[in-house]
Design a protein around this ligand. Structure first.
Ligand SMILES: Cc1cc2nc3c(=O)[nH]c(=O)nc-3n(C[C@H](O)[C@H](O)[C@H](O)COP(=O)(O)O)c2cc1C
Length: 357
């Protein structure tokens, strides 16, 4: 079955976004069991853990699911760059009474080993962000029956994924929470809204499109489908669900957001990401262009964020969330998916009434 047929066959065309640090195995399982499609966030997982999680999902869900990897470049920063970055972080570590970390030996899990594990595990769907696979890597996944979804933030990126043989495109709009997936143009040229991006990519490539960014309820689901998407992918909408692994201060920031809650920042990880504005983001804004690129800065702030989380301090953690965060609600992830689908049907009926007038 090709990806379009797989998505068409889903009882509910809602994909739970993979979210390192916020989604969980239980969340993916609940969504797949409810009729949507769960997604394992494997970006930070060791190869053996990826294989075990895929096997458990296959056994327990009895339904399609995806596995997601972050395509981090291998990083070999020179010692002076790491020293400079740590010096800039030193006052923040000191404020939390935490020792500055030593120079790490590793900055991110090895992508090639993670990919080899995904090929061995052969999940129904594998999705990727931050960069692009080679045609040979896509072929390796196809040879074990795994369909490939590439994240695109522009039409050019969608075409590039089509050229290497991907089966579908996740169109990540400007509204989306978490890291931007751009890999061809600079950030300013990679900030297209979900509405324009979904429609443009649908017209440019003959592949199923999954719309992502700012979809928070059934009205958003109906809108994504009306724009021609085969399914939608929702992340922020699950952050308060019973199955979230988001930390306590992160969840508190979500429940108390104001009217202008999110910003893009590079300060936490060296890669632009959307999160709830806080003191670290504000005070690092002037120097965020100088911090080392992902995954180096990500690794260097890891202990800081863990300590802040432990201290229940929302001002020094990366509270990733999308522009729709004010609409996030608590509940069981599976029940939420089913409620959004009922709302999407209601929205569609209301629209038909208006259109048919
Ligand atoms: C907390 C958080 C973590 C995320 N982590 C990942 C990830 O590990 N891999 C990935 O491909 N996308 C990740 N994303 C982006 C989502 O795949 C998706 O593009 C986004 O959630 C859609 O926008 P929304 O948050 O407005 O629903 C993350 C998003 C959030 C909010």
């Amino acid at each position: 079955m090709d990806l379009r047929a797989q998505l068409d066959a889903l009882p509910i065309p809602i994909l739970q976004a993979p979210m390192v640090g916020a989604s969980s195995f239980e969340m993916a399982l609940a969504v797949s069991k409810a009729g949507g499609m769960g997604h394992l966030a494997a970006g930070a997982m060791a190869p053996e853990a990826i294989e075990a999680a895929v096997a458990a999902m296959r056994e327990q869900s009895g339904a399609p699911f995806g596995v997601n990897l972050l395509m981090a470049p291998s990083a070999r920063p020179d010692a002076a760059e790491v020293d400079r970055a740590l010096a800039r972080l030193a006052p923040w570590y000191a404020e939390l009474g935490e020792a500055l970390p030593a120079h790490p030996n590793e900055f991110a899990p090895d992508f090639e080993s993670q990919l080899a594990a995904v090929v061995r595990a052969a999940p129904p769907i594998a999705s990727f962000t931050f960069s692009i696979l080679t045609a040979a890597q896509v072929e390796a996944l196809h040879s074990v029956g795994t369909l490939v979804v590439g994240t695109a933030t522009t039409v050019a990126e969608a075409r590039a994924w089509a050229d290497v043989g991907a089966d579908g495109i996740c169109a990540q709009g400007f509204e989306a929470g978490g890291h931007r997936g751009h890999f061809l143009a600079e950030i300013e040229a990679s900030l297209v809204g979900t509405m324009a991006l979904t429609t443009l990519i649908g017209a440019a490539v003959d592949l199923p499109v999954i719309a992502a960014g700012g979809i928070m309820d059934g009205r958003g689901v109906a809108a994504g489908l009306a724009l021609g998407a085969s399914a939608v992918q929702m992340g922020t909408a699950f952050l308060l669900s019973d199955q979230t692994s988001a930390s306590q201060p992160w969840r508190r920031s979500i429940t108390s957001v104001g009217d202008e809650p999110t910003r893009l920042t590079r300060a936490f990880t060296g890669r632009f990401a959307r999160g709830i504005d806080n003191r670290f983001m504000r005070e690092m804004r002037d120097v965020e262009g100088d911090v080392p690129a992902y995954p180096v800065q990500n690794r260097l702030t890891q202990a800081l964020r863990a300590a802040a989380s432990k201290a229940d301090d929302p001002e020094m953690i990366s509270s990733w969330a999308g522009q729709g965060v004010g609409l996030a609600r608590p509940g069981d992830a599976g029940e939420m998916v089913q409620a959004w689908w009922r709302e999407a049907k209601d929205a569609s009926t209301a629209l038909q009434r208006r259109v048919g007038r």
